[in-house]
Design a binder for this molecule. Structure first.
Ligand SMILES: Nc1nc2c(ncn2[C@@H]2O[C@H](COP(=O)(O)OP(=O)(O)OP(=O)(O)O)[C@@H](O)[C@H]2O)c(=O)[nH]1
Length: 521
């Protein structure tokens, strides 16, 4: 006998009572946020009253749930067992399936398996269509940070997807964490897909998901490819959560504008990703697709993300990597709904003691220190206005490199631009810049990256070993900007960062050579 998967293992929640609690809370948050809007204005200038109060009220609600103790989490999962009322034209056909052994076997060698991953459970699934059923199927995977949500809760969305895409939506209740951590949910989704393609042409199936559901469908594609199973006809990710390490800058910088929680500096807010899995799995492609090394042979994709979202950068980076793989998707559409603050992440690299920290500190904090303290690694943030647009610039000041140091992946992944610094008083530090640039190109697989070559310590005239012409010539060869600076005398320091933004914006302005069919908006 197989065990049936019950989304409410302990007790069926009283939905009316739960909904009333949420309604009461939301009303009080709404009033508070209306007051804030009227007295202090919106969080960012282009948000209107409705958007400001909605986003911030949701954020308050999510924070209140996040501070719950672990045993209270299931009760707060907001699972609706009945689902919203649908139009009389909507048809729901229930279905069930049992997990497949092959999927469990596959994950056994790939990650740390929790006991529940071996459970053979019966999963509830359903087909939802508008008026009549179709051959085209959208396999919809709901979001909710892998620990909340259900197909019932998302029925209204499934219904709209079915209606507007003229297809049938297939949805299932995959197991949720913390009771059933990774890879339980992924095993359920892949088994659900296998179950689906027993009766449907896999090329007619589109995987679709929002947030964690978006991350799940991309993780599914990677696993399906590894398992040599038929790949779906396409993938549609709405703000997919594809980096559970929270590495990318927008995760911190867009804290103010996004209701998603999980601030890396606050251990109490780390919960969601750790409900799903432990640190040892966070960088697996099946958990964080953005860290997957092999992105070849994935299906055509549409990815949508907002400019003020925490998940913005990981999706930009993922898309950039996708188009640079040896076998990119036939089509890739990245749609960014720009908002206000733009994030640019910059790495400052160069030999030891050339003045990387001094240039950065002079720019961010407006002072200069004569004493030399070798840097391990430092992060600085500053809001910079460039051509009328505001940019949150995140600057990574790195430890001095030599030709034997290995380029850290952190200095190449998710970086928008590089400042390569040498000292005019050191020929060796000038040569080091070429070595570093080669390493960056190698690591990123690009033949050009936004770069500014900085000749620092120009106040040390008497000790000059590298001429201005040599620096200019190198920059011309690399098609990048070149500036001579003195961090000591604050000479040309802000120009370095202006030039860096200009180089980064070049990428936005000029279309790069891309495989046919790839479009970046
Ligand atoms: N004369 C002069 N000295 C500078 C200038 N910039 C930095 N220095 C000095 O050079 C030394 C090294 O500066 P840092 O900024 O720590 O150099 P760094 O490249 O960050 O060093 P690491 O982190 O060890 O790689 C310090 O003693 C600074 O005071 C400059 O423009 N002119």
């Amino acid at each position: 006998m197989h065990q049936r998967f019950d989304p409410h293992p302990d007790k069926e929640p009283n939905m009316l009572k739960e909904n009333m609690t949420v309604f009461r809370r939301m009303s009080s948050y709404f009033l508070k946020e209306s007051f804030i809007y009227l007295t202090r204005g919106p969080t960012i200038p282009d948000w209107n009253f409705g958007y400001h109060t909605l986003i911030n009220s949701i954020k308050r609600l999510m924070i209140s749930h996040h501070y719950l103790e672990l045993p209270d989490v299931p009760a707060a999962q907001l699972r609706s067992t009945t689902g919203p009322k649908l139009s009389k034209h909507a048809h729901i056909v229930p279905d069930t399936f049992v997990q497949r052994d092959k999927v469990i076997e596959f994950f056994k060698d790939k990650c740390t398996m929790v006991d529940h991953a071996y459970d053979k459970v019966v999963i509830d699934a359903e087909y939802l269509s508008y008026k009549k059923s179709h051959k085209d199927i959208v396999f919809f995977v709901h979001g909710g940070g892998y620990c909340t949500g259900s197909k019932e809760m998302y029925r209204k969305i499934s219904y709209l997807v079915a209606k507007h895409s003229d297809s049938t939506v297939y949805a299932l209740n995959y197991r949720l964490s913390p009771q059933n951590p990774f890879p339980c949910g992924l095993i359920d989704c892949i088994s659900g897909y296998q179950h689906l393609i027993e009766t449907h042409d896999h090329k007619k199936v589109i995987l679709m998901g929002d947030s964690a559901g978006g991350g799940m469908v991309l993780a599914m594609c990677i696993a399906l490819r590894e398992m040599n199973l038929p790949i779906p006809g396409g993938v549609y990710g709405i703000s997919p959560w594809i980096d559970l390490t929270h590495w990318f800058a927008s995760f911190r910088i867009n804290q103010k504008t996004d209701f998603l929680i999980g601030d890396t500096t606050d251990p109490r807010l780390q919960g969601q990703r750790h409900y799903y899995t432990g640190n040892e799995n966070l960088k697996l492609g099946y958990v964080s697709p953005v860290w997957e090394e092999n992105l070849d042979n994935l299906p055509p994709m549409l990815i949508q993300v907002g400019g003020a979202e925490k998940l913005h950068d990981e999706n930009i980076h993922f898309s950039q990597r996708l188009i640079n793989t040896s076998d990119p998707p036939q089509e890739l559409h990245l749609q960014v709904y720009e908002s206000h603050v733009h994030v640019r992440k910059i790495a400052v690299l160069g030999s030891r003691a050339v003045g990387k920290s001094s240039v950065t500190v002079q720019f961010v904090e407006n002072h200069f220190a004569e004493t030399y303290y070798p840097t391990i690694e430092n992060m600085f943030t500053k809001i910079v206005k460039y051509k009328g647009e505001e940019f949150a610039v995140e600057i990574m000041d790195t430890a001095g490199q030599d030709e034997f140091s290995i380029l850290n992946s952190k200095h190449a992944i998710g970086i928008h631009g590089y400042i390569l610094v040498y000292s005019i008083a050191s020929q060796q530090s000038f040569e080091m810049c070429s070595i570093l640039r080669d390493k960056i190109l190698n690591f990123t697989g690009m033949d050009w990256v936004p770069c500014v070559l900085v000749a620092n310590k120009v106040d040390l005239h008497a000790q000059r070993q590298v001429t201005t012409e040599e620096g200019k010539k190198k920059a011309l060869e690399w098609n990048c900007a070149f500036i001579e600076t003195s961090a000591k005398h604050n000479q040309n320091i802000s120009r370095v960062f202006d030039q860096m933004l200009a180089e980064i914006e070049k990428v936005r302005g000029e279309p790069q050579a891309k495989p046919s069919g790839c479009v970046i908006f």
